[in-house]
Structure formats: C-alpha cells, structure tokens
Design a protein around this ligand. Structure first.
Ligand code: PEP
Ligand code: MG
Length: 792
C-alpha cells in the first residue's frame, strides 16, 4: 500500500488486515470499498486517521506520561474512575493538532467535498479503536460517533472528541477488566460522507439466523431514522428474514418472514448535528421501513460480504432519505453462533408452566426459572441481585456488568439485534425482548419462569416451573436406509432443527400454522360480508390492515409461516398437509363461528378432504392452495409436497385434486407431488385405487387406531385400549404398505406412535416402510432404532 500520508489514509486504500493502522471498523469498511464495490455493495466513501496520527497527537502534546500517571493512580486506587476519566479526556480535548495531521485531515476532507460536489460536505465521524471488535462484540459501541459534521474546523474538533472517547469511564473500566493495556490501544477516526438515514431508515443485519445459527437465512432489522435506536434496542424494529440460496435465481422473492415492528420513535438530526428522538407518525408505524426489493438488495449485500470474509457477519446498514440509496456502514464477524460446537443440540423444556404473563421476541432457546429484579434506570444498577431475572425497559453498554450476573433478561423494547439481545446471546442467557410492557406487568421479587424454548415467541409464566435440558450428540450418528423425517408445526421454531440430519419433513400440519400465524378463519376473509359479530369484524380489520382483498392476508401469512418449515432442510422434501382442524377447532379461529356447523362428533365429521370441495369451505381451501402455490412458485420452494388428510373415498380424492388444479396445484406439473394420509380403514382397503391418484401415502396411526378399534383417541377411559401395536392396527399398517408398494406409491408414517415409543420404528422397518416422521425430541432415538432394525 502506498503510504505517502502516514497520518491519514483513504478508506479505499486499506484492507481488513490493517486493524493495527486504522482499527477493526475502518479496516473492514476499507476492505468492502476496495473488494466489494465492484460487486455492487455500497459503502460511503471517506478516509481515516491512522494509529500513527493518534500517537503523534499524544506525543506532540506531551500527553503519554500524564495519561499514564493518571491511569497508574487509578490502578493503585489513588483516584476514582470518574476523576481519572474526566482528567484524561480534558487533557486530550485541550491539545493542539500537529500541523501535518491537521493539514492531511483538511486535504482529505476537501477531496471528499470535491467528489461529493459540496465543499462543506456533511460527514459522519466515527471512532475505531485498534483493538475494537476483538475478541467480543460487546467491546464495540464504547467510543463516540459524531454525525452530520460540516466544515473543516468542526471536523478537527470532532476528531479530537473521538480521541477523548477512548477514555470514557466505561472504556477504561472495560479495558481494566479484560486486561487490555490502555496505552497499547490507539484510536483511528473514520470520516465518511454522511448517509442521511435521519430522513430515511437504518438498522442491523446478520448473515445467519441469530437464534439458531441457521446459515441459509439473513436476518434484517429496520427502523425509521438513524440506526442507533435499533442497536440500542430503544425501538421495536421491523424484522425480515431472507433465504440466501435463492437470491441469485431471477424472479424469486425468497422472503421468509416480515414482522412489522412498532417503531414508536425515530432518531433525527438537529441543525447542530446533535441527535434527538421524535415520535413516528401513525403511517410510519403501520408501514414496513423496507420494500421487498430493498430487503432482497440488503440480503444480497449480506451474502456477498459473508462470502468475501468467509464467515458469518454482523452488519449495520443505512438508507439515505434523499437519494434512497442503501449503504453498509459497518461489518464485523458474528461472534456467537460461529463459536458454538456444531456437534451437539441442546433442547430445553418447561414442565407444567403457570399462566402466561407476557410474551415478546425470544433470544436463544433456553429457559430458566427465578426471581424478578426490576431495574428501570442505569443509575440503579448497583441494586441488582445476582442470579435474578433482570427486567428493564432497554439496556446499553453501561448495563454490561449486571447483565453478566443475570439468569435471564426481559425488556420492554428492542428487536433481536438490539444490545440486550446481542449481549444475552453472547452470555448464553435466555432473553425476551420487545415485550412492550414487562416493567408494568411484572414486579420486583416476583417468581417467574422465562422460556425461549417454544420458538420465536418467548413467554414469561407465573411461578417457578421445573426446567429440563437434554443434549443430543449429533456427531457420528448412524444413517438408516429408511428415511427419518420430522413432524413440525411451529414455524417460529423450525430453523432451530437445521443441525439434525433429517431426510425432510414428513408432516407439517397446516392447521397449526394457521392458528399460530394467521389466526383468522379463511372463510371469514374470503367472505368477510358474512362475519356478523362487530368486535370480531374490528379485530379482523385490524389484523388485515394494508391487505386488499382481505384474503391476501391469509395467503401472505400462511406462505410466510410455512416457508421456514420448507427452508430449514431445503432441498429435502417437506410434506405440507392441508388444514385438518375439526369443526369445533375451525370455529375457534377468528370469525369461524359464522361458518362452522355444530357437530356431535367432529372427529368423524366435516373434516379433511370432504371440506375442500364443499361449497361451505371451497373458498377457504382455495386460499390454502394459493399459499402453497406461492411457496413453490414465487418463493421457490419446489421441495414442498401437498398432502390430503382424511380422504374417505377415491371419488373424494378426484374431486379434491380437481379443485387443487383449479388453484394452481396440478399434480405432476412443475414436479408437484400429492400424498394422501393413510388413516381411515378405507384408505387401506382401497389402497390400490388411492395409489392411482396419489404419489404416496403417509400413515396416520392416531386416526387409524381410533377408527380400526373404534376408540375415541381423546378418551381417557379407554386410553389403555388405544394401542398402535394392536394386531388389527398392525394388520392395517402392514397391508397398506404392501398394497401401496404394489401399486407403485411410496409409504411413510407420521402418526405419534414412534415419537412416543422409538422402538415402534422397528416394526415399521420390518414392514418395509419408506420413511418415518417423528417429533424432534425423539428423532435421534428413532434413527438408532431404525438402524438396528435394518441390521436384524
Ligand atoms: C394421525 O392421524 O395419525 C395424524 C398424523 O394426523 P392427526 O394427528 O393430525 O390427525
Ligand atoms: Mg389424522
């Protein structure tokens, strides 16, 4: 590198290895400008002062000894942190610039102004400590940033302030705790053309899923105004997730999730360059900060940056409100998931949880029970009780010392990339962020259980419940010939199973995804005119705000919910079963009462295939089909297979397949496979005829046992007689496998039996089953049983 100007250097001249020269942050910005500009990643242009400049500033003003003396006094307790910090900062601010450094800074600034076409070009002035970002992310954010600085003289003052910020009280104590030599750390100032995010938007992005470490999803958080609110967790940002493998395929929109955040405030700039939070408008709150195109652009940036660095990355981005252009303003390696051992999978569960008190976004997947310690103000952090559950509005780096000693953290505000979330993850603590009103609902010394075990929604429940942990070793797992798949229902938790060596998903029950992420009866959206209750109408209006027609809400939410189940094991097959609620359960969905008959025996009533072609549900089924068509088409998940439950006769099958084709799901077209559940004795007795109409069967032992033995599957009185290993049931299973195979169809098994008793898998292997689908907790045991049975 040409270094004719040793006190400043153009960002386009530095590379990532130059951390000793310009600090981690500036080195990384330079690396991206130099190497990734040609790949379309925008980084604001600028320059940096070097570590040499900092050192020569200290020696020019004779500060080394005076600072060292002050720190020595602190180390030997002859002065206080506050006094030492103040003294050192005043010394630095009172110094003069060596002529050479000042000239270089001003010359670079002029050059930046020339290329921007504005000699007083506004710049962002950021500190980059030469040891920053190493080794822990929490070291970042300690030094100051000055925004919208205009003019050379103001710039020189801002640079001095950055130098002084190397000695904030927090930074001093942090270095002391972690054993960094104060005088070995230098400070480089990054000066970049200002991105006017104050009138645009900004946020944080990770190139992997932060909670599960799933490597194929980008996570983006976004809020209006400057990005600081997202970083600090002062707002609840929008959250987006994008599936990376499809980013380069033209025409696809592989957005897995779009979650609207409240974004109550936005950080704007005052004329003097200071920042201020103002309330957002109702329209801003109701609107996503990013368009789909922008979400995809950012995700592409994330992929390019991750590919370049060869590791998962943590990035900050900003959109200029004037030009609309999106920039990356920081990139550093992700430090939590990438350090975890990939060979083990830990899962937590809470036994008999008490009533739910509140919910928020879960961080991690752990659970813990304990006592609340409510701290509303940073000034009160010395009142924290070690080992308790910290409940607060939001946190920032000042809170680090007590966060380390907490059992769990619960906050009112913030998204998954906020300070509280990042630090909790780093510390391995469960945290629930963005709860809205935790500080009002919970009270000091209350006994609660905090659980992130259930997926993306974390929940605080009343009382101390028993928490259990199980750990599975995933290394050296045997692989049977029989495929072993997962039964999944919760889209929010789907990504966490990516490390399991599954052969796909054998059963994704759509009805659970509907109750989880849609909550409204599809007919109430397709025929909103028939919804009678005013309160229900108002609730539906609220949920579907921004969607026209209302039915688009159902298709959109359902497709997004299912997409994470389709994504985590892509390109392995994922069998999505069309909705199979019973009438009483459909009636419980919002607006459901106006469309569902009251039945004496819902279990053998208006359910499954019979609904799909009926006038009473046809319009609702059309929406289910549209969601699947979108998942396979626009989103790109061609690994999705459709399954029809409770199909009583082959004639019903014909009618359903016809309706599906009308709504874009023609069996055989675009590789679409259709399966049928084998769960009614008629499916077994007429297996050959069903096999003509479907590509495969999946045996549902829950209904098949119920209907073979004539036992209500929910009956407690008859529970002992409800046996999936009853000879009559086994005959049914063996027969359907044999007959279906004879007719060329595959046969899987997705009933609960092997999940409850992994040894049951041996019988299925003996019958020649093609695949067995089980709940995640029993996956490894079933795998082992299948291998052993195959060896017999
Ligand atoms: C079954 O019947 O075994 C099955 C898997 O379906 P469900 O339990 O959803 O009825
Ligand atoms: Mg069933």
């Amino acid at each position: 590198m040409a270094r004719s100007n040793p006190h400043t250097v153009g960002l386009d001249e530095v590379r990532r290895s130059d951390t000793g020269l310009v600090g981690g942050k500036n080195a990384s910005l330079g690396e991206m400008i130099r190497a990734l500009g040609s790949k379309g990643v925008h980084v604001p242009p600028g320059f940096a002062t070097t570590a040499d400049a900092y050192r020569s500033y200290l020696s020019f003003n004779g500060l080394d000894d005076r600072i060292s003396a002050e720190l020595e006094a602190l180390a030997t307790a002859r002065t206080t942190l506050q006094h030492a910090g103040e003294t050192i900062r005043a010394l630095i601010l009172g110094g003069d610039w060596p002529a050479k450094t000042a000239e270089e800074i001003l010359a670079n600034y002029r050059r930046l102004g020339q290329s921007a076409g504005d000699e007083n070009c506004p710049v962002a002035v950021r500190s980059s400590a030469t040891a920053e970002d190493l080794p822990e992310a929490s070291f970042a954010g300690q030094q100051e940033t000055y925004l919208n600085i205009t003019g050379g003289q103001a710039l020189l003052v801002a640079c001095k302030k950055c130098y002084a910020s190397l000695f904030t009280d927090l930074a001093i104590s942090y270095r002391q705790i972690h054993g960094f030599d104060h005088m070995q750390v230098a400070l480089s100032v990054g000066v970049q053309q200002m991105v006017r995010a104050d009138t645009g938007g900004a946020g944080v992005m990770f190139s992997i899923d932060t909670e599960s470490g799933f490597p194929d999803a980008v996570l983006i958080n976004a809020a209006w105004g400057l990005g600081e609110n997202v970083v600090q967790g002062a707002v609840d940002p929008d959250e987006f997730q994008v599936f990376k493998p499809f980013l380069e395929t033209p025409g696809l929109t592989p957005i897995l999730e779009k979650r609207l955040g409240d974004k109550a405030v936005k950080m704007i700039l005052d004329r003097d360059g200071s920042t201020r939070n103002v309330p957002t408008s109702t329209a801003e709150r109701a609107q996503f900060v990013l368009s789909d195109d922008e979400i995809l652009t950012l995700a592409r940036y994330a992929k390019v940056i991750e590919d370049h660095y060869g590791q998962p990355m943590d990035m900050e981005w900003a959109r200029d409100g004037v030009t609309g252009r999106i920039y990356i303003v920081q990139a550093r390696p992700e430090t939590v998931q990438s350090r975890l051992s990939p060979g083990a999978l830990r899962s937590y569960s809470v036994k008999d949880p008490g009533p739910a008190l509140l919910t928020g976004l879960s961080v991690g997947s752990a659970a813990v029970a304990g006592r609340v310690c409510m701290i509303e103000n940073a000034a009160d952090i010395d009142q924290f009780v070690d080992g308790s559950i910290l409940v607060t509005g939001t946190t920032d780096p000042d809170w680090m010392p007590i966060m380390k000693r907490a059992a769990a953290i619960v906050t009112d505000h913030g998204g998954r990339t906020s300070h509280a979330a990042i630090i909790s993850r780093e510390l391995g603590l469960p945290a629930i962020v963005g709860c809205g009103n935790a500080t009002q609902i919970l009270h000091d010394q209350q006994d609660v259980t905090v659980s992130c075990a259930g997926g993306e929604d974390g929940v605080v429940t009343e009382g101390v419940s028993q928490v259990s942990v199980s750990e599975e070793t995933l290394e050296d797992l045997p692989r049977p010939h029989t495929q072993v798949m997962l039964n999944l229902a919760n889209p929010g938790a789907a990504l966490r199973w990516w490390r399991l060596p599954v052969d796909g998903v054998g059963l994704a029950r759509m009805e659970f995804v509907i109750s989880n992420t849609v909550r409204v009866h599809p007919m109430a959206l397709a025929r909103f005119d028939r919804v009678t209750d005013p309160e229900t109408r108002a609730q539906i209006e609220q949920l579907t705000e921004g969607y026209s027609p209302k039915s688009a809400y159902f298709v959109d939410r359902l497709a997004h919910g299912l997409s994470r189940i389709a994504a985590f094991c892509y390109p392995k097959p994922v069998v999505i079963r069309m909705s199979d609620f019973k009438t009483n359960e459909y009636a419980d969905l919002l607006g459901g009462r106006d469309f569902e008959p009251a039945e004496e025996n819902p279990m053998i009533g208006f359910r499954g295939a019979s609904r799909y072609y009926s006038e009473k549900y046809r319009d609702g089924f059309a929406l289910e089909c549209q969601a699947i068509a979108r998942l396979r088409g626009q989103m790109g998940f061609k690994n999705v297979i459709v399954m029809i439950p409770f199909c009583r006769t082959p004639e019903e099958a014909d009618r359903v397949l016809e309706v599906m084709a009308e709504h874009g799901l023609k069996r055989g077209q675009d590789g679409l496979k259709a399966y049928v559940m084998g769960e009614i004795p008629s499916n077994v007795l007429r297996a050959a005829e069903f096999a003509e109409r479907f590509d495969g069967f999946s045996i549902g032992s829950n209904d098949l046992t119920q209907l073979t033995l004539g036992i209500d599957r929910d009956s407690e009185a008859l529970a002992e007689l409800f046996r999936e290993d009853d000879p009559a049931v086994l005959w049914m299973i063996e027969t359907v496998i044999r007959e279906a195979h004879k007719a060329g169809a595959t046969v899987g098994f997705c009933g609960q039996a092997p999940s409850n008793n992994p040894a049951y898998a041996r019988r299925l292997v003996g019958f020649g089953i093609d695949s067995i689908s089980v709940t995640p907790d029993s996956f490894v045991q079933v795998l082992r049983n299948a291998v052993e049975a195959e060896a017999d």
